[in-house]
Design a protein around this ligand. Structure first.
Ligand code: ATP
Length: 485
C-alpha cells in the first residue's frame, strides 16, 4: 500500500487490534484527541525516546538532560509570551455550534476557489495573512461574510464574532479558587529548560556551546484536533536548547539542521520521505526557523521544528524574574584580545513531537502484503520497524509444549531476556504465531523443535523476507544483538 490517505484508518485499527494505541477513556465513549499507549505502543515509544536521548545526550559530551516539572510559576508563561500570544483566532457557527480556526476555514474555502479562480484565491489568502498579522478580527469576519463561507455541518453563514482562544489549559494551585492561584499545564517543555539554564550551567560547569535536553508531556487545548496522534491535547515533546555565543547562531542552526535530519535517516526512513520547510514569516523572537516535514498518510506535515530563538527567552526571564541570566565567557575574542565576558547566550532549539515521531515510524513500517498463490488467497499485515525501535526483538516459539521443548525454549528466554525484550508463545500453529509477530513488528522468531533436542539448533525466521534458516541456539542472542547495534 502506498503512503496514501486511506492508509491512516488501517494504521489506526491495526494499532488498536494489536495493543499499540487506544482511544483514551474508551469505555466512556472516549475523550477527543487524547490517546493511551498499550503494551506494545509503550515499548515503541520508549525505544524512540531512547534513540533520541542517546543521539542527543550520550553522543554529545556538551549536552545534558533534565526533567523539569509540568507545573511552573505562572509568570514564566507571561515572560515567554504564551499568556498573551499562544492563541488562535476562532469563530463559531451559531447554528451548528461548531468552532473553526479562522485560518483553516478561509484556507479550505480558498482551496476550492483556486480551482476556478486561482488569482482571486491568492488575493484572498494574502488579505487573510495581512489581517491575521494585524489581529484585525473584524476584518477577518468581514472576509468570511463577503465570500459567504459556510459551515460544513449547518451550511449556513451565521457566524459569531472572531475571538482569540488561548491554547493553554488552566488549573488551580491549592484549595482556594482565587485568580492569583491560576497555573497552567505547560504547553511546551522548553521553558523548563530556560529557567534552569543557570542551575545546570553552574552545577554542571558547562562551557558554551552546550545543550540541555528534555523529554516530557506538553498540553495544548487544540480546537481542531485531528489526524489520530498527529494533533493531540496531551502529548510528549523531545526538546533540546543549545546555548551559543551571540554571532555564532547561524552556523549552529545549520549544524542542528544537519544533525537532526541524519537522526531521521538513521531510523531507516528514506530521504525522499522528508523535506525542509523554511519559515518565511518568523516569530518575533526568531532569526531563522524551519520544520522537518515527513510524508505522512495525509501528506507532508511537520514532525520537528528547528528554531534559532536569539536570546529572547533568557532575556525575558531576566526581565520578569529580575535575576541575571548572564554567562561569563573567558575565551579570548581575537578581535579585542580580551575575554568575550558576560552575555546572555543565543539559543538554537530542536523540538520534535514524540507522538508524531511514533505516527511517522508506524506510517513507514505499516505494510500490507498479498501472499496469494494460485491455490490459496493469503495476505499479511506487517510492521517493518528497524530492529532498534521494534517493541519485541525476539519471539521464542516451542513447536509444542511437551517433550521438553518448552524447557529448552525457557532456557533461551532466560539467556536473552536480560539483554532485550523477548516474547514467549506456545499457543496456536507456528504459521499463526509468525503472522502475529509480523503484525507486532518482531524482527526475529525462533522455533524450537525436536531436532533442537538432538543437535541444539533452532529455526530462525526473518520478518521482512520470511526466510528461515537453521542455526545453533547458542548464536541466537548474538545475532539479535548485532541487529540492534
Ligand atoms: P503545528 O503547527 O503542527 O501546530 P507547532 O509549530 O505549533 O505545530 P511547535 O510548537 O514547534 O509545534 O512544537 C514542536 C513539536 O511538537 C512539533 O513539531 C510537533 O511534532 C509537536 N506538537 C506540537 N503540537 C502538537 C500536538 N497538538 N500534538 C502532537 N504533537 C504536537
Amino acid at each position: 500500500m502506498s503512503n496514501s490517505e486511506n492508509k491512516l484508518p488501517s494504521i489506526i485499527s491495526h494499532c488498536k487490534e494489536y495493543g499499540f494505541i487506544f482511544q483514551s477513556s474508551e469505555i466512556y465513549d472516549g475523550l477527543s484527541a487524547v490517546y493511551d499507549y498499550g503494551q506494545w505502543g509503550v515499548e515503541l515509544k520508549k525505544n524512540i525516546k531512547d534513540a533520541w536521548w542517546r543521539s542527543m545526550v550520550y553522543m554529545h559530551e556538551n549536552i545534558v538532560g533534565i526533567d523539569s516539572a509540568i507545573f511552573m510559576h505562572p509568570t514564566i508563561w507571561k515572560a515567554s509570551g504564551h499568556v498573551d500570544n499562544f492563541s488562535d483566532p476562532m469563530i463559531d457557527n451559531k447554528d451548528s455550534k461548531k468552532r473553526y480556526r479562522v485560518d483553516h476555514l478561509i484556507e479550505q474555502f480558498a482551496e476550492q476557489l483556486s480551482i476556478t479562480n486561482p488569482d482571486e484565491a491568492n488575493a484572498m489568502l494574502s488579505l487573510m495573512e495581512n489581517l491575521l498579522s494585524k489581529d484585525d478580527f473584524t476584518g477577518l469576519k468581514n472576509l468570511i461574510e463577503k465570500y459567504k463561507i459556510t459551515c460544513n455541518i449547518s451550511n449556513t453563514c451565521n457566524w459569531t464574532d472572531v475571538r482569540q482562544f488561548n491554547l493553554m489549559f488552566e488549573t488551580k494551585l491549592g484549595s482556594l479558587a482565587e485568580e492569583s492561584d491560576t497555573i497552567y499545564l505547560r504547553p511546551e517543555t522548553a521553558q523548563g529548560i530556560f529557567v534552569n539554564f543557570l542551575n545546570v550551567q553552574k552545577t554542571g560547569r558547562m562551557k558554551i556551546p552546550f545543550g540541555i535536553a528534555q523529554i516530557g508531556k506538553a498540553f495544548r487545548n487544540e480546537i481542531v484536533a485531528r489526524g489520530f496522534i498527529f494533533r493531540m491535547r496531551e502529548f510528549e515533546q523531545m526538546e533540546m536548547q543549545f546555548f551559543v555565543r551571540p554571532g555564532t547562531q547561524k552556523e549552529w542552526y545549520e549544524y542542528w539542521k544537519n544533525a537532526r535530519i541524519k537522526w531521521h535517516y538513521e531510523l531507516g526512513i528514506p530521504p525522499a520521505q522528508y523535506r525542509f520547510h523554511d519559515h518565511q514569516k518568523l516569530a518575533h523572537y526568531a532569526d531563522a526557523a524551519c520544520d522537518i516535514e515527513y510524508n505522512f498518510p495525509m501528506g507532508f506535515k511537520e514532525v520537528e521544528g528547528i528554531h534559532s530563538r536569539t536570546n529572547f527567552d533568557l532575556t525575558q526571564h531576566q526581565t520578569f524574574s529580575k535575576k541575571k541570566q548572564f554567562y561569563f565567557d573567558n575565551d579570548i575574542d581575537p578581535a579585542t584580545n580580551k575575554p568575550y565576558g558576560n552575555y546572555i547566550p543565543y539559543v538554537i532549539e530542536t523540538s520534535i513531537g514524540l507522538d508524531r515521531a511514533i505516527l511517522m515510524t508506524l506510517s513507514e513500517a505499516y505494510t500490507e502484503e498479498d501472499l496469494s498463490t494460485p491455490e490459496k488467497q493469503d495476505s499479511r499485515a506487517v510492521l517493518k520497524f528497524p530492529a532498534k525501535i521494534a517493541p519485541i526483538k525476539l519471539a521464542i516459539l516451542p513447536l509444542m509444549k511437551k517433550d521438553g521443548l518448552a524447557e529448552l525454549a525457557k532456557e533461551l528466554m532466560n539467556d536473552c531476556k536480560p539483554h532485550f525484550l523477548c516474547y514467549y508463545e506456545e499457543k496456536d500453529s507456528i504459521g499463526k504465531r509468525y503472522r502475529r509477530m509480523d503484525a507486532l513488528g518482531t524482527p526475529f522468531c525462533v522455533t524450537i523443535d525436536h531436532q533442537t533436542k538432538e543437535d541444539n539448533t533452532v529455526t530462525i525466521r526473518y520478518r521482512d523476507s520470511m526466510e528461515q534458516e537453521r542455526i545453533p541456539m547458542s548464536e541466537v542472542k548474538e545475532k539479535v544483538l548485532n541487529a540492534l547495534n
